[in-house]
Design a protein around this ligand. Sequence first.
Ligand SMILES: C/C=C/C(=O)SCCNC(=O)CCNC(=O)[C@H](O)C(C)(C)COP(=O)(O)OP(=O)(O)OC[C@H]1O[C@@H](n2cnc3c(N)ncnc32)[C@H](O)[C@@H]1OP(=O)(O)O
Ligand SMILES: NC(=O)C1=CN([C@@H]2O[C@H](COP(=O)(O)OP(=O)(O)OC[C@H]3O[C@@H](n4cnc5c(N)ncnc54)[C@H](OP(=O)(O)O)[C@@H]3O)[C@@H](O)[C@H]2O)C=CC1
Length: 445
Amino acid sequence: MKDILDAIQSKDATSADFAALPIPESYRAITVHKDETEMFAGLETRDKDPRKSIHLDEVPVPELGPGEALVAVMASSVNYNSVWTSIFEPVSTFAFLERYGKLSPLTKRHDLPYHIIGSDLAGVVLRTGPGVNAWRPGDEVVAHCLSVELESPDGHDDTMLDPEQRIWGFETNFGGLAEIALVKTNQLMPKPKHLTWEEAAAPGLVNSTAYRQLVSRNGAAMKQGDNVLIWGASGGLGSYATQFALAGGANPICVVSSPQKAEICRAMGAEAIIDRNAEGYKFWKDEHTQDPKEWKRFGKRIRELTGGEDIDIVFEHPGRETFGASVYVTRKGGTITTCASTSGYMHEYDNRYLWMSLKRIIGSHFANYREAYEANRLIAKGKIHPTLSKTYSLEETGQAAYDVHRNLHQGKVGVLCLAPEEGLGVRDAEMRAKHIDAINRFRNV
Ligand SMILES: C/C=C/C(=O)SCCNC(=O)CCNC(=O)[C@H](O)C(C)(C)COP(=O)(O)OP(=O)(O)OC[C@H]1O[C@@H](n2cnc3c(N)ncnc32)[C@H](O)[C@@H]1OP(=O)(O)O
Ligand SMILES: NC(=O)C1=CN([C@@H]2O[C@H](COP(=O)(O)OP(=O)(O)OC[C@H]3O[C@@H](n4cnc5c(N)ncnc54)[C@H](OP(=O)(O)O)[C@@H]3O)[C@@H](O)[C@H]2O)C=CC1
């Protein structure tokens, strides 16, 4: 690994130098183990502890197939999907690896007794497989997490509709929380030059998802002036949704759970902020019964903040706990766009408020390559900024996942993989200097 790191850190290593570097036989990777999938049986979701199920193992380098690349990973980030994998909810991700493994002799490699997790990376291409023209060893890259086969016609209009669509490092093996990762080269995108490795690795998954869900015509197609209700506005997805709303001339109404998180939203430029804890909303009277009076109180507060207007677009992901309120506070003809159900996937809402007011619910999931590329381009141009608050070592990944599971974090948390320290990898210092306050916004809280 030392040769690889030296080449990455040297200013003058060429593509040929990278291509000549020997690939090690094994590398360090964050894994969960198939024989531990029952370890949390009987526990409440909240009590399942990722620190117990997440391991740091030495694993063999996988075989490189057509259209693929091996990437030296300098940094990665923790996404909530790694929390789901580590607590084996809502299903064990080994079920996905098994199904994928049955697809072809090549995908069989993924079906192993361990799952290398992680759906983000920033690093350097080491090797490309047969049939790859667009990327070369030595290229500095980030990877988005859409893995597709495209053997069916269904995926050729919008690749998210490919029947074999998978999330890399969640539904496939050899993910980004590791020193080396295996990706398809149509996951690769140029690393934004003004960012460090850990900053560049932070936005990928959530930024692309928020872009499709809110901005793309496959999602809510947000326009100037829209009132956008953003749950978890300083969290992983929400911190990018808030930036997209502000950059696109919309009016974000940010929901958070503490004064500190409200301050972060203010620092991003948002003005309308609701602290759901301080205002004490209780949308459920008990486990089975919602309280429409609380929906109404929430809607009244939104009207106070907007000068009497209702919500054009709800950016939904908490799910069961908030969905009834989200449908209620949306204006006539408005849109609820959802990509997740952190608090429970069996939603309940009063359908009269949906059909009588001609509202729409849109299901959204990650992003196609084009959408991910556009979202990354906005980062590279300094129009949208990473929201990295804290960086952990590879050894500390279990703790990082625990912090995200317990909602103790802000924005995104990063993980250093091969990078020996924070702050490395900046290639455009001038541009960085221009945006440094925005880049550090989540660090300073
Ligand atoms: C980028 C980051 C993203 C995130 O973080 S997202 C958050 C994390 N992700 C999740 O929480 C999602 C995890 N995934 C799941 O929970 C499951 O993955 C799904 C519920 C999404 C799907 O369930 P499943 O069992 O994997 O697939 P089925 O498509 O329901 O197939 C099961 C059987 O049901 C049959 N079936 C499907 N649709 C129909 C239908 N309309 N009518 C009749 N049968 C149907 C199939 O064919 C198959 O059958 P046969 O078992 O025989 O192969
Ligand atoms: N389908 C897809 O493509 C994607 C799906 N996801 C899913 O989206 C969800 C959120 O991901 P991410 O934003 O990265 O996670 P984070 O934990 O970083 O942020 C989510 C935020 O939502 C708020 N929140 C959590 N629970 C509730 C609740 N019960 N009621 C109201 N607000 C709540 C919290 O903010 P606060 O406490 O300040 O209110 C929290 O910080 C996860 O389930 C994840 O798996 C994520 C990315 C892509």
